[in-house]
Design a protein around this ligand. Structure first.
Ligand code: T3D
Length: 264
């Protein structure tokens, strides 16, 4: 199924591959692209044959964030309501990525700026081309960080680095992002899609229920007390322990053969 030219989608080996596809605009977000991405993320949630998502961009950029040509103040009599834009488009996308009980891998193929950077950083595993960079571009146009960036960066990097990146808008190279723990790893540009694709396929063959619960546990860890987290581990393990994939995992171990997980 191809919902829109601005987001290409294909399912193979249980992986929904989504490619942001406005390369002439560095894959900047307009309403059409938002609507298409949202429809695809909802599909990832509902379709049990999809067991992992791989997100990337076409051309030389991952995404330059909001399409600023849709925000030209000279073409308007009153300011655009950016709060409405976040409520309607960006925030639902971030929530869908975070709430999806399936792994989301992002292959950052080039520059990721503004909301484009923070959408990438909301994904579960971030692999970037060595030439890619992350730009908290908001301050350059008088805005504040959005798409979850003001939550994500301080948590991962601490205040000093988050503030420096967000107040200056200076680009952060992929290798430094990896050294700082902001992303999983930087790989040679030519290897990016191979490595990200292999990883997504491996995850799609995994015990989907357990992986989804693991994602959820990790996301709640920072705001939970240890007691609350122990309770959540207990409840999650109970669910994982009832899954067919757990039975298969144990049987395969005892049989000394690789498990065949079905995501059930
Ligand atoms: O508005 C709301 O709904 C609220 C939400 C806001 C979220 C946001 O994301 S705000 C932040 C928006 N993004 C930016 O401010 C980034 C703007 N772009 C840049 O700073 C640079 O383009 C990059 C650092 C991303 C890349 O630089 P470079 O030198 O590699 O490329 P370039 O030459 O600047 O751009 C290439 C083309 O893409 C160029 O068009 P042209 O001249 O070839 O016709 C440029 O205008 C276009 N482009 C790049 N970014 C955007 C864009 N066009 C529209 N919107 C963009 N964001």
């Amino acid at each position: 199924m191809q919902a829109s030219d601005s987001v290409l989608s294909a399912v193979e080996d249980g992986v929904l591959k989504l490619t942001l596809n406005r390369p002439d605009k560095l894959n900047a977000f307009n309403i059409e692209m938002h609507v298409a991405l949202r429809a695809e993320l909802e599909r990832a949630c509902d379709d049990t044959t999809i067991r992992a998502v791989l997100l990337t961009g076409s051309g030389r950029a991952f995404s330059a964030g909001q399409d600023l040509s849709d925000r030209d103040p000279r073409k308007r009599t009153a300011p655009h309501d950016l709060g409405h834009s976040l409520d309607t488009y960006y925030n639902p996308a971030i929530r869908l990525i975070r709430d999806l009980r399936k792994p989301v891998v992002v292959a950052v193929n080039g520059v990721a700026a503004g909301a484009g950077a923070n959408i990438a950083l909301a994904c579960d595993i971030v692999i970037a081309a060595r030439s890619a960079k992350f730009v908290q571009a908001f301050s350059k146009v008088g805005l504040v960080p959005d798409a979850g960036g003001s939550w994500t960066l301080p948590r991962i990097l601490g205040e000093p680095r988050a503030k420096a990146l967000m107040l200056t808008g200076e680009p952060l190279a992929a290798e430094t992002a990896a050294e700082w723990g902001l992303i999983w790893k930087a790989v040679d540009d030519v290897d990016l899609l191979d490595q990200a694709g292999q990883l997504a396929r491996k995850l799609a063959k995994g015990p989907t229920i357990g992986l989804g619960l693991t994602k959820h546990l990790i996301q709640l860890a920072a705001s939970n007390t240890l007691d609350a987290q122990l309770d959540l581990e207990r409840d999650s393990q109970r669910v994982a322990g009832n899954s067919a994939d757990y039975a298969e995992g144990v049987a395969a171990f005892l049989d000394k053969r690789p498990p065949v997980f079905r995501g059930e």
